[in-house]
Design a protein around this ligand. Structure first.
Ligand code: NAD
Length: 426
């Protein structure tokens, strides 16, 4: 078959037929195709309703982080992630937070921002006044779109109007501030923005282009704080090292990106386990980290008068316990039950606590044993598998590489060859 990616009507086919085409085009073996077809808890039928052009499902390891004491309540934290050490690090940091009373969290109301872009306005200042004066009408029009949300105490609550200078001239940007309750909110927000757009045009004589949620959920914040005693951390030197690491991140974007990546290791793993929109969280977190104009750490660390380490985090958390895929994905539903969260705000606070724990664990590892030692065992096993080890050989090869102080693909192949030779001789 001639290889092309232009496949007419692909979207109309069943997942089985699509897979057959992909199998032929990509030269997949029967076994490889079978791997894609084989589904876990998320059935093909369900997956096919979630996104387009489905041919299968994929899986990630799901682990449980232990030891989390948040607002005096114990939580088991489901985390879906492919990276070794993250779940262990979170559990370890949560254990170290317990002598200091665990994590304290809080959050703002779940307010999302919807943006409406208005152009071709003759007098932007006058138009801004007109929009502000019509606030009640605009909010009423928005709220007509979602009576359920309004009944639950949510809905459009306020507006902001900014005049933006762009290289194409001035634009008026209207923000609809919408309380989305337990939803992530993107659909709700988009629907409301679209509904009020004609009214905005009518009021101003301008033209509306974009009407969409902003992923910089700067009004929807979760905060967590914890004190880690110097004894729990391993001594004053570790506290000093962590403060030095934090100062480095606060002063340098290269380091800060990795610092915040560590935070997001935790946040995104919980988001994936609960089928939340990970891209929205990442975009929001990094944009928030740069809100001062410079890219800064999402966490903050200082020494207490007792010489312990106090940390806190603040980040936007556009997450839902209802809506989107959260109520569709069967594993996500079970994960929510394991977490026992009652609202989206509570879920966001848990994510903030996990992010703080993850950041602490990463910095502690970096300033004490170095990150690789903790990573090494699982990493060595992954390398052994990549090099072709199976069954018992995985652990044998991984152990040998660690003992020999060289964890690498070449090293694993060499050990495997040596073992093979020995095996064929005996
Ligand atoms: P949704 O529209 O599926 O569900 C929200 C609806 O559920 C509300 O409108 C409300 O009517 C109802 N509801 C019932 N009980 C509720 C409660 N307790 N709290 C709140 N609402 C309740 O979901 P959504 O959260 O509006 O949209 C999320 C999806 O949108 C995600 O899948 C996301 O990936 C996607 N999305 C994201 C973007 C973006 O981030 N830029 C853009 C478009 C779509």
């Amino acid at each position: 078959m001639h290889k092309t990616s232009k496949i007419s009507g692909f979207y109309k086919l069943s997942p089985e037929k699509r897979l057959k085409i992909v199998r032929e085009l990509a030269g997949l073996s029967k076994e490889e195709a079978e791997l894609l077809r084989k589904t876990g808890a998320l059935e093909l039928k369900q997956a096919n309703r979630m996104i387009e052009n489905v041919i299968g499902t994929t899986e990630l390891p799901l682990g449980i982080a232990t030891n989390f004491l948040i607002n005096n309540r114990d939580y088991l934290i489901p985390m879906a992630i492919e990276e070794p050490s993250v779940v262990a690090a979170a559990s370890n940091a949560a254990k170290m937070a317990r002598p200091g009373g665990g994590f304290r969290t809080e959050s703002t109301p779940p307010i999302m921002v919807g943006q409406i872009q208005l152009v071709d306005v003759k007098n932007p200042v006058e138009a801004r006044e007109k929009i502000l004066k019509a606030k009640k009408r605009i909010l009423a029009k928005a709220n007509e779109q979602d009576p359920i949300l309004v009944k639950l105490g949510g809905g459009a609550k306020d507006i902001e109007v900014r005049v933006l200078t762009t290289h194409l001239g001035p634009m008026i940007i209207i923000h609809l501030l919408i309380d989305v309750r337990d939803a992530m909110g993107a659909n709700v927000v988009n629907t409301m923005c679209e509904a009020v757009a004609p009214l905005i045009e009518e009021l101003t004589g301008g033209r509306v282009f974009l009407r969409i949620v902003s992923n910089l959920a700067a009004y929807r914040l979760a905060r967590a704080k914890a004190v880690f005693t110097k004894e729990a951390l391993g001594g004053e030197e570790v506290v000093e090292g962590i403060l030095q690491a934090y100062a480095f991140a606060a002063a340098d974007s290269y380091r800060c990106a990795t610092h915040n990546k560590g935070v997001m290791n935790g946040v995104i793993a919980v988001a994936l386990a609960t089928a939340n929109d990970t891209r929205a969280l990442e975009a929001g977190a990094h944009a928030y980290a740069a809100k001062s104009g410079a890219y800064k750490p999402l966490t903050h660390w200082e020494r207490t008068v007792e010489g312990d380490l106090s940390g806190w985090i603040e980040l936007p958390v556009a997450v839902g316990t209802i809506g989107g895929a959260t109520a569709v994905h069967p594993v996500a539903k079970v994960c929510r039950k394991i977490l026992g969260v009652q609202s989206a705000c509570e879920l966001g606070e848990v994510m903030a606590a996990v992010g703080l724990a993850q950041n602490l664990a990463a910095m502690r590892a970096l300033v004490s044993e170095g990150i690789q030692r903790g990573h090494l065992k699982l990493h060595a096993r992954n390398i052994a598998v990549t090099a072709g080890a199976t069954g018992e050989l995985i652990d044998i090869v991984a152990r040998r590489m660690i003992e020999e102080g060289k964890v690498s693909y070449d090293g694993a192949i060499a050990i495997l060859k040596e073992l093979e030779k020995k095996g064929s001789r005996s």
